[in-house]
Design a binder for this molecule. Structure first.
Ligand code: SAM
Length: 475
């Protein structure tokens, strides 16, 4: 080889090639080498490496099924636009083989209610099964005039469960993501430099109180394909009323909206609203007197505005009822302002991170941003808890399986609220209220999720992932 490196014009006596030819070959080999290396370091590859490292420990043998589903396309559902010609829209959706999923959920809810009330009327309340008393609503202390007094009464009656995290439970939250490290590009980055989740002192007591049954407003309708079917909907089109006929949505995205339990006349804030799927679902209930859709990113705010234009009747019908704001939710100054606040937080977006290199949070260039996500989420949730009125509800949701961004963030925000403010909250235990959805969604159970509910992707019905926790402010 040494013989090859002579003057540029000379021929190598060994292989007979000119120097410039050799240099070209060497350059292209090197380019291949770097292309291969870069390929290994794509956001999608790094995301898979990260999830494979952390999730098996949390989700155990389920991880193999979840992984398979996450690597496939998600299952679409179609949110019927109430402002379209609903009869035409539902006929179009039915003709392509889908069915009204919300009707099935309503039926499951009412069957369950029926079973529980017949149990309640035939049995001594003391002998009812653990979940039977959730249906009569008597445990809902938040409906009382003085929430603090009601809470004290409920506590005395044993209806509130005070959860004092033991060292074991606290540790369980952090085991899968070591408190001082986060899996970075090719290295382990020090997470502890940015925030401290591992330092729990066990002083936080969180009240968990059984949630009342979910109700689904009649105007909210979602269509889906049967279990196991992977058909796609045609593109939404413009209905005879001049607005789009349906909005494609992950079926699990509806659950945080239902958990929010918007009531007629409510003033609602969707703190991280773009591109607007959940805002649109909230509006389909026809209940809010006001919906503020907020997001911080300019491009996404534009998409959100476009969605509202495409799906809602002319803007003059909505003065003061729907508004779009572009604010950093961490700096929100709106104490005791809203009846309901949804925090659908930015997160690892597991599905997107595994399938799309564009705008991927696992891209090496976004390592620092990625590490700070739980801090951002905690700040957003804390602001939401301040912005909601006493008696009002905050729902925190993400589309990641990362427990630190789910229960971990709820825990951190509650701790801050407990330590720094006089706000009192109770976490709603939704285990019973989610049972009617068990037939269509795969819920994580027995994996130590304490505050919220987690929908796991499954190849049968490939919805989620979706974590959501419901917090009611008492004072
Ligand atoms: N809720 C939306 C929907 O259903 O279509 C999806 C929301 S997405 C999971 C999270 C959103 O949070 C992104 O649009 C992002 O721009 C926004 N976001 C990020 N940081 C924020 C902040 N500091 N304040 C408000 N929104 C923020």
């Amino acid at each position: 080889m040494i013989r090859c490196i002579t003057a540029a014009s000379e021929l190598c006596s060994g292989c007979g090639q000119g120097w410039s030819q050799l240099a070209r070959r060497w350059k292209s080999k090197r380019a291949d080498h770097w292309a291969k290396l870069r390929k290994k370091q794509t956001g999608t590859a790094l995301a898979l490496k990260h999830f494979d490292h952390f999730y098996p420990e949390k989700y155990g043998p389920r991880w193999r099924s979840i992984r398979l589903a996450l690597l496939c396309q998600s299952k679409p559902t179609a949110l019927v636009n109430h402002y379209s010609n609903v009869a035409e829209t539902t006929a179009k959706l039915t003709s392509c083989g889908s069915f009204d999923l919300t009707a099935e959920w309503r039926e499951q809810i009412s069957r369950r209610q029926g079973r529980l009330s017949s149990l309640a009327s035939s049995a001594d309340p003391a002998s009812l099964p653990a979940d039977a008393d959730s249906s009569d609503g008597t445990a809902d202390e938040t409906s009382a005039a003085d929430p603090a007094e009601a809470r004290a009464r409920a506590e005395a009656a044993g209806q509130l469960r005070l959860v004092q995290p033991t060292q074991e439970e606290s540790a369980a939250l952090h085991d899968y993501v070591p408190a001082t490290q986060l899996h970075g590009d090719e290295d382990w980055l020090e997470e502890g430099d940015y925030f401290q989740y591992g330092q729990e002192d066990g002083s936080l007591k969180v009240a968990l109180d059984r949630d009342s049954p979910i109700s689904i407003p009649d105007t909210l309708r979602v269509f889906s394909f049967p279990a196991g079917e992977i058909s796609r909907f045609p593109f939404p089109s413009t209905s005879s009323t001049g607005v789009r006929d349906y909005y494609p949505l992950d079926g699990a995205s509806l659950l945080p909206v239902l958990a929010l339990d918007v009531q007629p006349g409510d003033e609602v804030l969707d703190l991280c609203a773009a591109p607007g799927g959940k805002s649109l679902a909230i509006l389909q209930t026809l209940y809010p007197a006001l919906l503020v859709c907020n997001d911080t990113q300019g491009g996404r705010v534009k998409r959100l505005q476009q969605v509202l234009l495409d799906y809602l009747p002319a803007a003059e019908h909505w003065p003061g009822q729907v508004s779009v704001t572009k604010q950093d939710g961490q700096r929100l100054e709106a104490r005791d302002r809203y009846d309901k606040v949804l925090v659908d937080a930015p997160c690892f977006s597991d599905r997107h991170s595994l399938l799309e290199d564009d705008n991927n949070i696992f891209a090496i260039s976004r390592s620092r941003e990625r590490i700070q996500i739980p801090l951002l989420q905690t700040n957003l949730l804390r602001r939401a808890l301040e912005a909601v009125r006493p008696g009002g509800t905050v729902v925190y949701s993400t589309c990641t399986l990362s427990p630190i961004q789910n229960d971990g963030v709820v825990h951190m925000a509650l701790k801050q609220i407990w330590e720094d403010t006089d706000i009192q909250v109770v976490v709603k235990d939704m285990e019973d209220s989610m049972k009617p959805f068990y037939g269509t969604m795969w819920f994580a159970r027995g994996v130590g999720i304490k505050y919220g509910q987690q929908v796991l992707p499954s190849v049968v019905n490939n919805f989620g992932p979706m974590y959501f926790a419901k917090i009611v402010r008492l004072k």
